[in-house]
Design a protein around this ligand. Structure first.
Ligand code: 2AM
Length: 217
């Protein structure tokens, strides 16, 4: 009934501890600051500006999107497909309110979004919906490939785009595209995948405590 649908959240996910949120935001900002000074980035600036001569300040280019979290299931208050089934999964009920350690293993930037890739453990995968990758048309990528934290979106871009941008990069890798290794930065190695897609594999993954819960808005 209607009441039942009302009780489903906008989404389920892991919410990063607030002290770690600041650390992640700072790391991402430092990366963006460095990225837009690199000659290799300037060479491909047109992907971001549409014009060759224009400059871009990446720190201004992306808008932050509230509390940092890794969405597991977007439920849209019950309107999304599979929302009710997900909410009723034993793992979801058992782990609701529990603490986890998330591993942020890479940062990625596209003309649309900036995000952090999350590498899920076997236990964390119990909370991952079986169709998350399929839904995005990437059925052949391993379960959990889409897991990420949205750090910012370009003007007019919705956060759902961040996971799609990540899957696009992973699909390229799977098809055998190595990307162009640009340089070894202090944070890790920076690779360019064309069309404004940048991936920084972190030398040391950022470990973050996170609570599995839901957001009603
Ligand atoms: P995000 O997980 O990339 O940040 C509210 O909009 C939250 O749900 C955001 O965190 C957003 O993206 C996520 N979200 C919105 N629509 C979605 C969809 N169709 N599939 C998966 N996640 C979605």
């Amino acid at each position: 009934g209607q009441l039942e649908e009302m009780s489903l959240p906008l989404y389920f996910g892991w919410f990063l501890l607030s002290s770690i949120q600041d650390k992640v935001r700072c790391t991402a900002m430092d990366f963006l600051k460095t990225l837009d000074t690199l000659e290799a980035f300037k060479k491909h600036l047109i992907d971001f500006t549409g014009k060759a001569e224009k400059e871009v300040d990446l720190e201004q280019y992306f808008e932050a999107k509230g509390t940092l979290h890794c969405t597991t299931k977007f439920c849209d208050y019950g309107k999304a497909e599979g929302a009710k089934d997900y909410a009723e999964k034993p793992a979801v009920k058992d782990f609701y309110g529990s603490a986890f350690e998330l591993s942020l293993s890479a940062l990625f930037v596209t003309p649309r979004t900036v995000g952090a890739r999350v590498s899920l453990t076997e236990e964390q995968l119990l909370l991952w919906p079986a169709d998350a990758e399929k839904e995005a048309g990437s059925a052949s990528l391993p379960l959990g490939s889409r897991a990420h934290v949205t750090l910012g979106c370009a003007e007019g871009v919705e956060p759902v785009q961040t996971g799609l941008d990540l899957l696009e990069i992973l699909a390229l890798q799977q098809e055998g595209h190595q990307g162009e290794l640009i340089e070894e930065m202090e944070l890790g190695s920076l690779t360019y995948y064309g069309e404004g897609r940048w991936l920084l594999s972190l030398r040391e993954p950022i470990c973050s405590s996170a609570c599995f819960s839901s957001f009603y808005g």
